[in-house]
Design a protein around this ligand. Structure first.
Ligand SMILES: [Zn+2]
Length: 150
């Protein structure tokens, strides 16, 4: 990668650098030897570098949490579960399958999990849906506030 973020050992500020260079001079006057071990974040994109420097500086001042080391395209597991059930027409049957998936991946699920999957389907009222699942006997309360699909 062409660019990296380093943190100046003297003034403690984040700074964007080109990784091919051997040294850099911080605005505070400190000359910093560049070696891989001190690179906090790396990127090939100059605009991403600027963004990372700004975010690391904000994090250093306690304004923002430190950005994640690698931007991984995290697939929303809830969205994946819901997508997998798109062919099921009956909403309750579909929800049953989703509940089974939730049980499989989390061993138990709660109302909040249900709220998230329902919002993806474009429905709200997880309480009512949960009540219907419980009524239908396809879900049971395995511990207070936690549910499992049968
Ligand atoms: Zn400095």
């Amino acid at each position: 990668m062409k660019y990296a973020v380093i943190i100046c050992p003297k003034c403690g500020k984040a700074k964007g650098i080109e990784t091919r260079k051997k040294t850099t001079t911080c605005p505070c006057g400190r000359e910093i030897r560049l070696k891989r071990g001190i690179f906090k974040f790396m990127t090939d994109s100059p605009s991403e570098l600027a963004d990372l420097v700004a975010r690391v500086n904000a994090a250093l001042h306690g304004i923002e949490p430190m950005p994640k080391e690698k931007k991984r395209k995290r697939r929303d597991s809830y969205a994946a579960m819901v997508e997998g059930t798109a062919a099921i027409k009956d909403p309750l049957e579909r929800l049953h399958v989703i509940a089974a998936e939730l049980t499989k991946s989390k061993s138990e699920f709660d109302l909040d999990d249900l709220r998230r999957v329902l919002s993806i389907i474009g429905q709200d009222d997880p309480e009512r849906m949960l009540a219907r699942l419980l009524e239908g006997g396809v879900v049971f309360e395995s511990s207070p506030g936690k549910f499992k699909a049968t």
